[in-house]
Design a protein around this ligand. Structure first.
Ligand SMILES: NC(=O)c1ccc[n+]([C@@H]2O[C@H](COP(=O)([O-])OP(=O)(O)OC[C@H]3O[C@@H](n4cnc5c(N)ncnc54)[C@H](O)[C@@H]3O)[C@@H](O)[C@H]2O)c1
Length: 271
């Protein structure tokens, strides 16, 4: 159902890998709500070819960009503005990758070179994207930028490994750049801290299925789905949330503020 919340708006969506991706669902919802979209992902992800199905469904061009490469980002913002015939209203940063997790390195035995890459891809990339837009003055006044985070930035989830540090940095960049972009252009920058969600990036975390089940039992509303996360992104890109900025917004069915739930107590043999 469309309320045309994003009628006339133009956005760049990073990170749609396959139909499970949060970015994929968000692109569909934004299109449904009247937005025009440019899709982007790393060249290696584009080679999978899946994204072309999404591009066709929402009539969006696909422009490759490695988010750690400033020339790629500059080209992306130039081509997106040429395609739209003007500036951009919203950006979704839906990107995460941990080399230490992927290569099975325990947090206490971290490889620091891999860690640098993880922080660059998963966190400083938000700074790179914002900086590129800032230098080119590519965002309209009252634009909105959203990046995706996880509660491991605040609480310890041991198997989340170095990604916990990456998410803490990501949330900090959203706050810090959000200040400057707010002053300069009334652009808002927020992170959404999403429930564990069965996607390619999510499933890379050790013990992920147990993680999902635990969060489901701990959350009064249950886990938030990728589709619901996409709906939340739409509200943040819309004009209904113009004064929300520099926030980390929990979209987790109440998990973050629950100490223990009845379901968990019963699972431990209590009443
Ligand atoms: N799945 C979860 O449980 C969960 C929970 C909270 C937050 N998140 C966050 O949501 C975001 C999206 O992840 P997802 O779960 O949809 O998984 P996903 O695997 O579908 O998406 C991750 C994306 O990052 C892209 N990417 C990786 N390296 C890149 C690079 N160098 N340049 C450009 N793009 C690159 C990948 O190609 C992929 O499209 C991530 O930030 C993730 O940490 C996920």
């Amino acid at each position: 159902m469309s309320n045309n919340l994003l009628a006339g708006k133009k956005g760049i969506i990073f990170g749609a890998l396959d139909e499970k991706s949060i970015a994929w669902k968000t692109a569909l919802k934004c299109h449904e709500q009247g937005a025009q979209i440019v899709l982007t992902n790393a060249p290696v992800a584009l080679r999978m070819g899946e994204i072309n199905k999404l591009a066709e469904a929402i009539n969006a061009p696909v422009i490759g960009a490695d988010v750690t490469n400033m020339d790629d980002l500059k080209k992306l913002f130039e081509e997106a503005q040429a395609h739209f015939g003007g500036k951009i209203d919203f950006v979704l940063h839906s990107i995460g990758m941990s080399l230490n997790v992927r290569k099975g390195k325990h947090y206490t035995e971290m490889n620091y070179e891999w860690n640098q890459k993880t922080l660059d891809i998963s966190a400083m990339s938000l700074h790179r994207v914002l900086r590129t837009a800032w230098d080119m003055d590519a965002l309209n006044d009252w634009g909105s930028v959203v990046a995706l985070s996880y509660i491991a930035a605040q609480r310890v989830f041991p198997d989340y490994n170095e990604m916990a540090d990456a998410k803490a940095l990501l949330e900090s960049v959203a706050r810090s750049f959000g200040y400057h972009y707010g002053v300069k252009r009334k652009v808002r920058v927020n992170t959404i801290s999403q429930s564990p969600t069965r996607t390619t990036a999510g499933s890379g975390v050790k013990g992920f299925d147990s993680f999902v089940d635990y969060a489901e039992k701990m959350s009064p509303l249950g886990n938030a789905s990728a589709e619901d996360c996409a709906n939340y992104c739409v509200t943040l890109f819309s004009d209904m949330t113009r004064f929300v900025t520099m926030q980390n917004l929990f979209h987790d069915g109440g998990f973050s503020f629950t100490g223990v739930s009845q379901a968990i107590v019963e699972g431990m043999g209590g009443e």
